[in-house]
Design a protein around this ligand. Structure first.
Ligand SMILES: Cc1cc2nc3c(=O)[nH]c(=O)nc-3n(C[C@H](O)[C@H](O)[C@H](O)COP(=O)(O)OP(=O)(O)OC[C@H]3O[C@@H](n4cnc5c(N)ncnc54)[C@H](O)[C@@H]3O)c2cc1C
Length: 349
């Protein structure tokens, strides 16, 4: 993949940031070789004169995107018409075996279980995940986890945006040679663009990418502050877990309150409307809840993902069962993937 030497203002500034397409993944900020960009209020912002190298636009997941090119790069082929949620090798439903994972994870703890296995086996020396802010409860922040304890602390889902890719800068600074990445479809896509561009310094450390299924992200101010705190009357410090199973479930020690998804929609991030990938179609392994209780629906997509998953299963990190028993989840995956591939009618070009 090649890129043109055009300025940030002419490329991302105009057609991604100003048009509202910017997902705020932070990739451009991390890869700018001249440190011209800073991450401010969820968007890149030019803080020095752009040196017109074009790298930021080349790596941006929202700029000049081609599914066939990306699929050929990752899988060596394009997806077939029948592969409605992307190319894959295996579908399974799985859960982590260790209680320490099951106690803190979102669904079945497959993401955390795989990271722990890979770290213990020495396949990785760190994992880019999403941690929780020290200042704001349930506010997600990018995190480079280097120990099993840190991986466990970052388990579970926060439904507002966490620009995990920003933690790549810390990984590079610490000279981490073998990293795993967990993130949303837009972030997986950004890393694939970094790899396609051949930005070795950033691409080489990644050993595998675990993608999360994602209908949309919500703004913290809208979902957490306005809805959960003000409307539901809950203190954000009391929230133990949030999950989406047909509606948003907000759990505290003493109660479970719910938010209908139709009501939560008003707090969805606007840039998510531009996203056409529900199931992280370019990840090595994709994980989602899909209405399952205590299990993770897992799509094993690449050879690398298959090898990792099979080793983790054999080493006793995961319990696995076949998918056909959970037809509801499979149908939901297909439905949500198809829905996302169709752009909303009122979407600006
Ligand atoms: C914004 C968002 C929306 C989602 N929407 C859906 C959906 O519509 N349908 C569905 O089936 N699944 C959805 N998921 C995925 C689901 O919540 C679980 O993450 C997935 O099932 C894996 O579960 P697990 O128990 O295997 O993960 P765990 O073992 O609990 O690990 C979860 C991993 O996700 C990371 N993480 C947590 N929050 C974020 C965040 N905001 N951004 C990036 N990384 C994060 C954690 O650091 C951790 O590494 C969504 C996830 C996110 C973050």
């Amino acid at each position: 993949m090649s890129f043109n030497k055009v300025s940030f203002e002419e490329t991302l500034g105009k057609s991604v940031v100003a048009s509202g397409k910017c997902v705020g993944c932070g990739t451009c900020v991390v890869v700018c070789p001249f440190n011209c960009l800073e991450y401010k209020k969820g968007n890149p912002s030019l803080v020095k004169e752009c040196k017109v190298c074009g790298i930021c636009a080349g790596a941006c997941p929202q700029y000049e995107w081609s599914w066939p090119e990306a699929e050929n790069f990752v899988f060596g082929r394009e997806r077939k018409v029948t592969e409605q949620f992307g190319v894959y090798r295996q579908l399974v439903v799985a859960k982590a075996r260790r209680n320490e994972v099951l106690e803190v994870c979102q669904d079945g703890g497959v993401a955390t279980g795989l990271l722990l296995f890979a770290l213990e086996e020495g396949l990785i020396d760190s994992a880019i995940v999403s941690g929780i802010s020290q200042e704001k409860p349930f506010y997600p922040v990018p995190k480079l986890a280097t120990t099993p304890e840190e991986i466990l602390e970052c388990s579970g889902t926060r439904y507002s945006y966490s620009p995990n890719i920003l933690a790549l800068a810390e990984g590079i600074k610490q000279k981490r040679a073998n990293m795993a990445f967990v993130g949303t479809p837009c972030q997986i896509r950004a890393i694939r663009k970094i790899q396609m561009l051949g930005l070795k310094k950033y691409a080489k450390p990644f050993q595998f990418l675990i993608g999360l299924m994602c209908s949309e992200c919500f703004t913290y101010e809208g979902l957490m502050e306005k809805h959960v705190r003000e409307k539901l009357g809950l203190s954000l410090n009391d929230i133990e877990k949030m999950n989406i199973k047909g509606k948003i479930l907000v759990k505290t020690k003493s109660e479970v309150k719910t938010i209908p998804l139709a009501e939560a929609k008003q707090h969805a991030r606007k840039s998510c409307r531009f996203c056409d990938d529900f199931s992280s179609e370019l990840a090595d392994i994709s994980t989602g809840g899909l209405g399952l209780d205590g299990w993770t629906f897992t799509i094993i997509r690449t050879e690398k993902g298959e090898e990792l998953f099979s080793k983790a299963e054999k080493a006793g990190f995961l319990d696995v069962k076949a998918v056909d028993k959970d037809a509801y989840a499979l149908n939901l995956l297909t439905k949500l993937s198809k829905k996302k591939r169709k752009p909303p009618k009122d979407l600006p070009k």
